[in-house]
Design a binder for this molecule. Structure first.
Ligand SMILES: [Zn+2]
Ligand SMILES: [Zn+2]
Length: 216
């Protein structure tokens, strides 16, 4: 009897998030609590953060018969992987997301066309879990709330180098002197502040020493 009902269903009873509610017997108030550990379906996330397909989802689900159908509620735990949108550092963190969905009986006259429905004795939790997880994700995931991002000049990750900064551009008067010294064949060009000059001035020096000694 039930097998024939389920045979009409498009759901795969073997699918990890397809649950059989036959036991509840349509008696409002009857309930069942399940603990599941299942492989994550594909697409459980956004482009920047999500659950890897096949990684483990841990679910605690309460199935409760109500007048119109079965109320499925619970919590899903999963590991999120992704990338910080500011510094591109990998993100790995656990998440725990609550969900709740009413699955109307196939013959119930719930008005909402959007309502989830049982198929025979089966309900498919995948869409409910997917919606709950995706809605819970930050729009712009960060490795930490105050991630300072990357240096706009050199791309260094500022969280790793709190003191990171660049010397101010070399004063144009000094850069003229640096070029002059380079043309004279000087081997050492120093900016006034002791830090070594940026690499481009080294390049100029090398070229200058080789090819343009007679430039005025
Ligand atoms: Zn970051
Ligand atoms: Zn930098």
């Amino acid at each position: 009897m039930n097998e024939s009902k389920n045979a009409l269903s498009t759901l795969d009873p073997q699918a990890p998030l397809v649950l059989d509610v036959h036991e509840l017997g349509r008696r409002p108030g009857s309930q069942r609590v399940l603990t599941l550990s299942v492989p994550a379906p594909a697409g459980l996330g956004t482009e920047v953060l999500g659950v890897l397909e096949g990684s483990t989802l841990e679910l605690q689900v309460r199935l409760e018969a109500v007048v119109e159908g079965v109320l499925a509620s619970g919590v899903v735990q999963a590991e999120l992987v992704g990338e910080c949108v500011r510094c591109l550092e990998p993100i790995e963190r656990n998440t725990s997301v609550e969900f709740q969905e009413l699955y109307a009986y196939p013959d119930s006259d719930v008005e909402d066309d959007e309502a989830s429905r049982l198929e025979g004795d089966l309900l498919d939790l995948e869409g409910t879990v997917r919606d709950a997880v995706i809605l819970s994700l930050p729009f712009q995931p960060l490795c930490r709330d105050d991630c300072p991002g990357l240096c706009v000049r050199c791309g260094a990750r500022l969280a790793d180098e709190p003191e990171h900064r660049h010397e101010a551009e070399i004063d144009p008067r000094w850069s003229a002197l640096a070029r002059f010294l380079a043309d004279e064949g000087s081997t050492e060009v120093e900016a006034p502040n002791k830090k070594s000059p940026d690499p481009s001035s080294n390049d100029r020096r090398d070229e200058g020493a080789g090819s343009s000694g007679d430039r005025t």
